[in-house]
Design a protein around this ligand. Sequence first.
Ligand SMILES: [Zn+2]
Length: 298
Amino acid sequence: MIKSKWIKRRYLFKIGLIKAEKILTVAAAAALLLAMGWIIMTWARPARVQPAVSDISAFRIPYDSFRELDLLSAKYRLPFYELLTLYAQEYRFFPDKSAGLDPTDIEQKYILNYNQFKKRNTTKETASYEEVFQRLLTEMREFPIPLEENGHFVYSDSWGALREYGSDRKHEGTDILDRDNIRGRIPVVSMTDGKLLEFGWNELGGYHAGVVSESGAYYYYAHLDHFAPSLEKGAAIRAGRLLGYMGDTGYGKEGTRGQFPVHLHVGVRPKASFTAEEFWINPYPFLRRLEEKRAAPA
Ligand SMILES: [Zn+2]
C-alpha cells in the first residue's frame, strides 16, 4: 500500500514534469515568434522614425520654409522648435534642398495636420531633438558680423560642398565671405554667451576661436586674420564679444595665408542626448534668421 502510493506519486510527478516541459516548449516557441515579430517590425518600420545623425545635421531646409515655420509658430502659438522638429521628422530632416513642402503649402498641408503628424512621428528621440533645436534657437543671439558691416559680406548655403584640402571632405559649416577680399577688415563676434575654450592655430582652420555655450554646444570661428586683443583662454564671454577679424588663414603650417578667398567659417556642433556621436549642424538657416531679426525694426 505504502509502496504503491509512492509509485503513484512518482508517476504523477513524472506526468507533471512532462506537462511542465510541454508548457515550457510552447512558451519558448511563443517567445521566439514574438521576438522574431519584434525584429521584423523594427526593421520594417519606416526609416523616418529614426533619422540618422547625418540627416539631422544636414538640416537642409530652404530658408523660405524655415522662415515660414517661424512666422506660423507665432500665428498658431506653437513653439518654433516643436514645429521645426516635427517638420524635420516628417520630411526626413531635409536630406536635400528639394525635400519638404513649398513654403506656401506649409500652413495648409503641415500646420493644419499638425496633430496627426505629431501622433505619427513622436518617438523617444523627439524630446531630445526638440531640446537641441530649442537651445540653438535661444542661445544664438548675435549674427557673427556686426551690423555696420552690412554690404561688405555675402554668404550662401554651402553645406555638404566638397572641400579637397587634406583628403576629400564635405563642408560642415557656413562660409561668410568678404566681398572685396580684404584681409583683417571685417570684425567677427561671438554668436553666443559661453566660455572661450581655445584660440590659436590649426592646419585646416588657420587662426580660429572655439566657444562652448552653456548647453555644451561648440561654436567654431575659423580662418581669422588676427585675434582681438586681450582674449583669454577659459574666460567667460558674452554674445557680441569681438573675437578677431576675418581672414584667409589655414591650409598649411602656422601663418599660411591666401589659399582661398577671405572668409569666416562658422561651425556649430551641438550637444545632443540622443547620440554619443559628435556632429555638426548646418548653421545657414539660423544665421539667416539672426540677420533678419536684427534688421527688423524692434
Ligand atoms: Zn567653411
